[in-house]
Design a protein around this ligand. Structure first.
Ligand SMILES: CC(C)(COP(=O)(O)OP(=O)(O)OC[C@H]1O[C@@H](n2cnc3c(N)ncnc32)[C@H](O)[C@@H]1OP(=O)(O)O)[C@@H](O)C(=O)NCCC(=O)NCCS
Length: 186
């Protein structure tokens, strides 16, 4: 991942404030940045986890956030973390993919186009890793805002996304999460 000049900063479209974008590995993340990332996940998504079968498990989330192959894109203003995206080049069902593990912005930065910029960055990284076929992520089905966001970026339900459950009375129950993907263009 070359830290090219094009994406070292992002400018807020209304306030014109400049935010710094840096890349970090979980090993390099300071405790303060790691905790700030965790707090953002807790703030934006712990309610969705609580509604799910597995619930909100802070310890296992912290452990997952330290997976060695993850890379973090951190968004900061004056050393204050305002958002991040974590990603990993990996294999899913034998396909080489770039997986978006997390993307979370502070409330003030939601709806500003920053999420789109970060996902485009992620797709760009994927396109430069030889063989990568798709960008992929998992999203709670109850997070309809995020599902609309990914849909606008061209993500669609992946072939390996869990199918709805069919009850004996014929009622279909949607899975609590969906796997979305998008082919990587070069
Ligand atoms: C989801 C998230 C990363 C999107 O980033 P963002 O900067 O807010 O999104 P953008 O401003 O780039 O929006 C791009 C498009 O998606 C749409 N969109 C974004 N969030 C939306 C929402 N909550 N509801 C409906 N549409 C939404 C925007 O309206 C926009 O559409 P347009 O191009 O027609 O104007 C951000 O809102 C966020 O951090 N949310 C909380 C955490 C979260 O849910 N993360 C995803 C976990 S899977």
């Amino acid at each position: 991942m070359q830290h090219s000049e094009e994406w070292k900063t992002w400018t807020h479209p209304i306030t014109k404030t400049q935010y710094e974008i840096t890349v970090q590995t979980p090993r390099d993340l300071s405790k303060a940045d790691f905790d700030a990332c965790f707090n953002l996940i807790e703030f934006t998504s712990s309610q969705d986890y609580k509604k799910s079968k597995d619930g909100w498990k802070p310890r296992s989330k912290r452990k997952e956030m330290k997976l060695l192959d993850l890379k973090y894109l951190l968004i900061k203003h004056e050393a204050h973390l305002e958002g991040f995206c974590s990603l990993m080049p990996t294999y899913e069902d034998d396909y080489p993919v770039i997986y978006c593990y997390e993307i979370h912005l502070s409330r003030a930065l939601q709806g500003t186009g920053l999420g789109t910029a970060l996902m485009r960055l992620l797709e760009g990284i994927g396109s430069r890793i030889s063989g990568t076929e798709k960008a992929m992520l998992t999203c709670f089905t109850c997070n309809q805002g995020a599902i609309k966001f990914y849909g606008k970026l061209g993500f669609k339900k992946d072939e390996f996304s869990p199918p709805p459950k069919l009850l004996r009375n014929g009622t279909k129950i949607d899975s609590e999460y969906v796997i979305l993907s998008k082919p990587i263009s070069r």
